[in-house]
Design a protein around this ligand. Structure first.
Ligand code: ADP
Length: 165
């Protein structure tokens, strides 16, 4: 059985992430989404909220049999513990390439058994990122084309709370 790990900040999960996940599910027997607890950038949502939103989004989209975990520490360690043969990452534009290349080679250096697999998103999601979605939601824009309804609601709630604080 070939298991793939799809790691990320998912702050919050978007249709772009879901597109890559669906592509991974076609290639592997099992795919596990791994939400990183301490991402590079300060997240808007807590690790618990991000994980919960991933689970809710999967349910809303009718995606079954995907486990959602959170991890802190080294990605290769998480992959090893779960018995993953591959780490899946999504590519949008060439701007993603430098960082992903560095990450993949570092991970390979640490554990040569874990292969990185890059999947290209659908063209319509190639401009989409969690950051863009947060910017739109921050100013009250409509994000329903970019994220599942549960995520749009969570964003609205979060920015309403922030405005009150
Ligand atoms: P990270 O902070 O680890 O980059 P992200 O949640 O931003 O976490 O992204 C996780 C993965 O999903 C990355 O490989 C990223 O390139 C990919 N990804 C994010 N948005 C999209 C999108 N719209 N299309 C394809 N891949 C995407």
């Amino acid at each position: 059985m070939k298991l793939a790990l799809y790691p990320g900040s998912f702050d919050p999960i978007t249709y772009g992430h879901l597109d890559v996940l669906r592509r991974a599910m076609r290639l592997f027997d099992r795919t596990v989404v791994a939400v990183v607890e301490n991402p590079r950038k300060t997240p808007l949502f807590s690790a618990r909220q991000r994980r919960l939103l991933v689970s809710q989004a999967l349910k809303e989209e009718g995606i079954q049999d995907v486990q959602v975990v959170s991890y802190s520490g080294l990605l290769v360690e998480c992959a090893r513990q779960l018995g993953a043969v591959a780490v899946v990452r999504g590519l949008r534009a060439t701007s993603d390439f430098d960082y992903e290349f560095q990450l993949a080679l570092t991970n390979r250096d640490m554990d040569s058994d874990v292969e990185s697999v890059f999947l290209m998103t659908a063209g319509r999601y190639s401009f989409l990122s969690s950051s863009i979605v947060k910017e739109i939601a921050r100013y009250g824009g409509d994000v329903s084309r970019f994220v599942p309804a549960c995520v749009a609601k969570a964003l609205e709630r979060k920015f309403r709370e922030r405005r009150r604080a």
